[in-house]
Design a protein around this ligand. Sequence first.
Ligand SMILES: Nc1ncnc2c1ncn2[C@@H]1O[C@H](COP(=O)(O)OP(=O)(O)O)[C@@H](O)[C@H]1O
Ligand SMILES: O=P(O)(O)OC[C@H](O)CO
Length: 504
Amino acid sequence: MARHTLVIDQGTTSTRSIVFDGAVSPVATAQQEFPQIYPRPGWVEHDPEAIWDSVVATDREALAQAGLAARDIAALGIANQRETVVIWDRRTGRAIHNAIVWQDRRTAGACERLEQLGYGGLIAARTGLLIDPYFSATKIAWLLETVDGARAAAEAGHLAFGTIDSYLLWRLTEGAVHATDATNASRTLLFDIRRGAWDEELLALFGIPAALLPEVRDTAGMFGDTAAGLFGGPIGIRGIAGDQQAALVGQACFRPGMVKSTYGTGCFALLNTGRQAIASRHRLVTTIAYQLDGARTYALEGSIFVAGAAVQWLRDGLGLIASAAEAGALAAESDPGQPVYMVPAFVGLGAPHWDSAARALLTGLTRGTTRKELARAALECAAYQTRDLLDAMQADTGSGWAGAPTVVRVDGGMSASDWTMQFLADILAAPVDRPACLETTALGAAYLAGMAAGVYPDPETFAAAWTAERRFAPSMRAAERAEKYRGWQDAVARTLLRPGGAGG
Ligand SMILES: Nc1ncnc2c1ncn2[C@@H]1O[C@H](COP(=O)(O)OP(=O)(O)O)[C@@H](O)[C@H]1O
Ligand SMILES: O=P(O)(O)OC[C@H](O)CO
């Protein structure tokens, strides 16, 4: 009996395909980057064909590396960059425009107008989200308004909208299935996360015809079979989740109060809140963590747009370091007497500030400042931003809540930096656990698909097998922690253009 699973981890900058064995361990990995398209400042697009080509190529390569055929694969899982919008023509399968990526800020004006018209409350109550260009709805509206003939074709039922998962599912099944899962739907600004259904009133508000939308399914379950010609035989698609939710699953954060924080280009911290969709009073978002057998588990999420990207800027923008890994060694040699801060608002600030017009700031520079202090500031700002998020989570859940987070499980490229993870534990005053398997996003998608196919164990057994490679315990004195964090808050206050912030 087939016991392996195949995962597509379709991220913002690259696509990875990974084969997992029957023990949920990765055995083969293929990765391909694809072009980032920046038509104007603040705009970010992807070519859906380039994404599709990278998916097919890496799937085939991973299968070949593992020496497996389609019949050896029990299930395929998809984890994807979220919020990114594709609209395609059902008749031809071709996208009507490049995908508009989650980072794209072109709809900031539209968001500002909705905010001023007072729709923030309605949108938060239904979707758990705030009005920000980050989410899908205003991007869909922009495409319908801008691409010639799009609105008429959408109203006639000729067009389909999807986040990347949905687009890939359509392509993998050669147009047989137009569906998504509840986690991806919960990022669109169009989905009522408590009822688990598309919201008619919001569709009307954004001017989006219901005929565009995919059917919303459980996170683990039957999504259809890949077309037989693609991989030499059909493979059942059994799991789909947004990549941050997939990482929550891969980190086995199944109980309320468990939190994971992923440090890639950006940083996304998710706190499992169980069956309760907690409305944030501190500008976090409420989102669906996963939906199994129709039952929804919720999370509070803090989304930060720049974490590892600050290190990339030191490397590629300033040429101060040769590799991302060098930053930690430099930080360790920096002068502790120089309080240099970086507020990495390169594309505005996400949670909990949501100030899309703010721009990055370096504070505390003197003639004595060297690249060592700058490297330290770039790493430290990921930790300070996480503290902002966790403080907001704690304030939202209240000290009496049984599930108050006590340990943070980390993953993503930047979590490889021991220096940064130690500083994170110090600033959070909480232990930070780094798992043995750092491919948590793919692991989560593999687990969901394999569980649905009946080849992987139940969640309790999977959670019991989760192991930390290393625990970072806080060791900084309380007074030093408080002083450093005050310095950060001061630097943020200087960066914000709209303190208390309106979205958009
Ligand atoms: N040793 C390291 N120290 C600090 N940052 C790192 C290190 N290794 C990788 N990074 C950062 O991690 C990011 C890549 O992580 P990854 O999880 O692959 O991101 P994504 O999925 O968003 O593309 C880059 O921004 C890089 O600067
Ligand atoms: O593709 P990543 O890993 O940068 O994740 C992007 C997030 O899903 C955006 O919400």
